[in-house]
Design a protein around this ligand. Sequence first.
Ligand SMILES: NC(=O)c1ccc[n+]([C@@H]2O[C@H](COP(=O)([O-])OP(=O)(O)OC[C@H]3O[C@@H](n4cnc5c(N)ncnc54)[C@H](O)[C@@H]3O)[C@@H](O)[C@H]2O)c1
Length: 243
Amino acid sequence: MEKSKTIVITGSEGEIGKSLKKFLESKNHNVIGIDLKKGKNNIQCDITNERQLNLKLNKILKNNKPDVLINAASIIPKIKKFNFTNYDSKKWIKTLQVDLYGSFFVSKICCKYFEKKNSGLIINLSSIYGAKGPDQTIYGKISKGSGYKSLEYSVAKSGLIGFTKALASFYANTNIKVLCLIIGGLYSKKLKKTFIKNYLSKTIEKKMINSEQICKYIYFCISNPEIVSGTSIKINGGADSIF
Ligand SMILES: NC(=O)c1ccc[n+]([C@@H]2O[C@H](COP(=O)([O-])OP(=O)(O)OC[C@H]3O[C@@H](n4cnc5c(N)ncnc54)[C@H](O)[C@@H]3O)[C@@H](O)[C@H]2O)c1
C-alpha cells in the first residue's frame, strides 16, 4: 500500500465528496473534509467565509500538513424553468462564490503548506458544463427565452478550468501541481428517464458516470500527478467527441 497522504476535500458531505472520503480512507489516506453540513470527522465551515475558513482549517492543518486538496464544494442549481432576462442575480453570485471563490480561498491556505515543503497537488472538480454550454432541450420543452439548466454553473465551472491553468502555470518549476477533472453527468436513480435518454444520446459511451468511477480517476491522479499539471482531463463518456 502507498504512503498515507493527508487529503483535504471540500464538499465532503455531497454525493461525490462522501464517496471520495470513504474510498480514500479505504486506501489508508488521512482525509479532512470541509462542508457546510456536519459530517463524520469533518470541519463544518462555509468556505466562502475566508476568516472563518482560515481559523478552522489552519487549526487542523497545523498538525496535519496537507498533501492534496480536492475542490469539490459546489452549489449545483436545481433544474427549474427560468427566463434569462429576469434571472435572480443573487443565485448567480452564490454559485460563483462557492465554486470559484471558495476554491480560491481553500487553495490559498493549502498552498501555504505546499510551498513550505515544495510539494502538493490540487484537483479541481469541474463539469462538462464548464467546457460546453448546456443543451437546454435535454431537460424539457423550451419556449423562446426560457431554459432549465442555469448558466452560472457553466461560468463557475469554466472558471475552475481557467484557475487550474493559471495556478499551475504560477507554480511551474515547483513541485506544486494543479489539475482539473471535467466530469460528465453523474448517474442517480432520482434522474428523469427522459433526461437520461436525451443525455446519453449525446455521448459515445451511452453511460453516465458513477461515483465509484470518479473515485478511481481521482485516486489515479493522486498516485500519478506527473506531467498533467495545468491540464483538464475529461471523464464524460466522450460527450464532446460526437456530433
Ligand atoms: N453531480 C454531478 O452530476 C456532477 C457532474 C460533474 C461535475 N460535478 C462536480 O463535482 C463536485 C461534487 O458534486 P456533487 O454531486 O457531490 O455535489 P453535491 O451538491 O452533492 O455536494 C456539494 C457539497 O458542497 C457543499 N457546499 C455548498 N456550499 C458550501 C459552502 N459555502 N461551504 C462548504 N461547503 C459547501 C454542500 O453542502 C454539499 O455537501 C462539484 O464541484 C460539481 O460541480 C458534479
